[in-house]
Design a protein around this ligand. Structure first.
Ligand SMILES: [Fe+2]
Ligand SMILES: [Fe+2]
Length: 170
């Protein structure tokens, strides 16, 4: 089923573009603070994820989502704004995003039952673990203690879920 693979690769590539941009935006604001190296670590892992999907898109001749320029801007904007609200708000943003992406990879991996997809499945599960590690790091750095945590989380997660739906389709 070529269509299923297309959808998975397109949306995952889009998500990793957004994730890398979020951390780039946060680094712009918080790069020189004590959380800088930790955000850099997450950004480096997102870059690794992004490169993987970039290569897979080429290999399987799947076009990226047409929304890519928008996700670039939205991701960067979210990173800068959340970081400008403070370290804890930046961490809250990470918790919100990584929770959605972690579940997303888990769900995709469960759909890949065919033998030919086991290599991809393994990658998705590794990335899921990375994303959940990012979430845990952000919890350890008091992301849940930011004022308005629940609202912020709801808004960010709603945005992520909408972006996922759109990127799977176009
Ligand atoms: Fe990632
Ligand atoms: Fe991540």
């Amino acid at each position: 089923m070529k269509n299923k693979l297309d959808k998975i690769l397109r949306v995952d590539h889009a998500g990793e573009v957004g994730a890398a941009k979020i951390y780039e935006g946060q680094l712009k604001v918080l790069g020189k603070t004590n959380v800088g190296p930790m955000i850099q670590h997450m950004k480096d892992q997102e870059k690794e994820h992004l490169d993987t999907f970039h290569d897979l898109l080429n290999e399987h001749e799947v076009r990226p989502t047409i929304m890519l320029p928008i996700w670039n801007l939205a991701g960067y904007g979210l990173g800068v704004i959340s970081a400008a609200m403070g370290k804890k708000a930046a961490m809250a943003c990470t918790i919100a995003v990584e929770e959605v992406i972690g579940k997303h990879y888990e769900k995709q991996a469960n759909q890949l039952t065919e033998k030919k997809y086991q290599g991809l499945k393994k990658k998705l599960l590794k990335f899921r673990d990375d994303e959940l590690e990012h979430k845990d790091i952000a919890i350890e750095h008091d992301g849940q203690e930011t004022p308005g945590y629940k609202l912020l989380k709801f808004v960010v997660q709603s945005g992520c879920k909408a972006a996922i739906k759109i990127s799977e389709k176009i």
